[in-house]
Ligand binder design. Structure first.
Ligand SMILES: NC(=O)c1ccc[n+]([C@@H]2O[C@H](COP(=O)([O-])OP(=O)(O)OC[C@H]3O[C@@H](n4cnc5c(N)ncnc54)[C@H](O)[C@@H]3O)[C@@H](O)[C@H]2O)c1
Length: 460
């Protein structure tokens, strides 16, 4: 056979072609059958940020080919290489992603600090790579919008997921069913909160020199320069300095994160967001402790107006953090006992939930529940399954949906980040979600984006 009649099918094209043949079983060129994890059907993945949160991804990634490991701290490579011995190592994610053809990359899993997230998401999408991004997806409104817009042009061709893995808990489905099926009547308002109170005063002073192997300038990346201090890397003592706790050492600084909303806010607003089918708010207002130009607020509350959709009227959505809390429906309900929770108010009662469980509180003389019919086993929403696996499956067959894709998660984080803008602007903002502009406060528009250092392109 000559070359023309038998073109060599690239591994990536092979994955795409075979993915539509049928779930689970693929027809190999030899005619032999192989399962989803047959050698020819593994994804080539770059893991960016290889320690910390990344360690939690090792097991699901070990079913695939991790072909590149990228970390600004070379001291993290030996352990990661023990798990993924065939990977090439990089210290600069821009170089790693620019090598995507040589690496024959399919997908990126990103576990870096938050100030790189939207950059890496955009760079991955612009190179036609599937992307799993640890939460939060972005730390400015502009970043959230760019990533979402990029993904919407590739929806159905690429798989995306934000690391809001609590979404796979069955309780998310049960809460959604209660709200959608009218257990509390007409939905009127929804509240989510997180009660962490870690406090920082300001950026840390210069102290010592970065250890050998840590590329501190690449760690700063697009953010303005701040001098090195080992405190950004010391792990959080409340969590035994476990891998995945170091984010609490830097995520409250404006240049490195979005504070509590980016952190637990991503998880807890998700519990609410999953039940209300919202897109973008039309207004935002917020209040909290005194503004600190270095550090995001501990205590703060933000409120958003959302337009009606096809199953509910307009609603108000609220986020509370650091001690600010919604008013309980009854004095005997102590919401403070729920560190991270959500509450839904309807015309006939309340649903109060944490991640694992929920309480239905019918309210008022007409709240007799005759209007509510619990689902049967057959009509209950099906379990999501393994959260990372859902994304890996969608990489192999991008017509499959992922729960926390860059549209769902992009809308959610845009709303929360707009709340921080309203907090800084100190007034109620009217927001046009179509253009991403505040229509009644020009100063607030300047706060929708961040300034980047030379050499770092958000949408590169
Ligand atoms: N989904 C969850 O439940 C969950 C839990 C913990 C952390 N996280 C998220 O994971 C991310 C990482 O958190 P962490 O506590 O592991 O942080 P970390 O500070 O420990 O950093 C993780 C790794 O990324 C590396 N890194 C830093 N900058 C990099 C860059 N520019 N390029 C490549 N590698 C870089 C670090 O050297 C480290 O190995 C954060 O965004 C955090 O929000 C999510």
């Amino acid at each position: 056979m000559n070359k023309k009649s038998s073109p060599r099918i690239g591994r990536r094209q092979f994955l795409k072609t075979t993915a539509v043949v049928g779930a689970g079983w693929l027809l190999l060129p030899s005619g032999a059958r192989a399962g989803r994890n047959a050698p020819g059907n593994k994804l080539n993945i770059a893991l960016i940020g290889v320690w910390g949160r990344a360690v939690q991804h090792y097991d699901s990634l070990s079913d695939e080919n991790v072909v590149a490991l990228c970390d600004v701290n070379e001291n993290r490579f030996p352990d990661a290489l023990k798990r993924f011995p065939n990977a090439k190592t990089y210290v600069d994610w821009r170089k790693c992603l620019d090598d995507h053809k040589a690496l024959d990359l399919d997908a990126v899993v990103c576990c870096t600090p938050d100030h790189h997230h939207a950059f890496i998401a955009n760079w991955a999408l612009n190179r036609d790579l599937h992307c799993y991004m640890e939460k939060p997806l972005a730390i400015s409104v502009e970043e959230a919008r760019t990533v979402r817009a990029n993904w919407l042009t590739k929806k159905g061709k690429l798989a995306t997921q934000v690391g809001m893995q609590r979404h796979a808990m069955q309780n998310f489905n049960r809460v959604r069913e209660l709200i959608r099926d009218g257990a509390i009547g007409e939905l009127q308002a929804a509240y989510a909160w997180g009660n962490r109170q870690f406090r920082r005063d300001g950026y840390l002073p210069a102290e010592g020199r970065p250890p050998e192997g840590l590329h501190y300038d690449l760690w700063l990346g697009p953010s303005p320069f701040h001098p090195y201090n080992p405190g950004y890397f010391s792990g959080h003592r409340d969590f035994g300095c476990r891998p995945g706790s170091n984010c609490l050492q830097w995520n409250m600084y404006w240049d490195f994160g979005a504070g509590q909303i980016g952190d637990m806010g991503s998880h807890t607003m998700d519990l609410l967001w999953n039940a209300i089918d919202a897109t973008l708010p039309t207004s935002a207002e917020a209040k909290g402790e005194k503004f600190n130009p270095d550090v995001t607020p501990v205590e703060c509350e933000s409120h958003f107006e959302h337009p009606a959709n096809d199953w509910r009227g307009p609603i108000r959505v609220s986020w509370y953090q650091g001690g600010a809390m919604p008013r309980p429906p009854k004095p005997y309900v102590d919401l403070n006992k729920i560190d991270h929770g959500a509450m839904f108010k309807g015309s006939k009662g309340f649903v109060i939930a944490d991640f694992q469980s929920r309480i239905l509180l019918p309210f008022g003389d007409t709240a007799d529940l005759t209007y509510y019919k619990p689902r049967t086993k057959d009509t209950a929403l099906p379990p999501l399954g393994h959260f990372q696996r859902q994304w890996l499956d969608a990489c192999k067959n991008p017509s499959l949906k992922t729960a926390c894709d860059f549209e769902y998660s992009g809308n959610m984080i845009e709303q929360l980040l707009l709340g921080l803008v309203a907090y800084r602007a100190g007034k109620k903002l009217q927001y046009d979600g179509a253009t991403g502009k505040v229509t009644n406060c020009s100063e607030a528009n300047a706060l929708l984006s961040r300034k980047y250092r030379d050499g770092w392109t958000l949408n590169g």
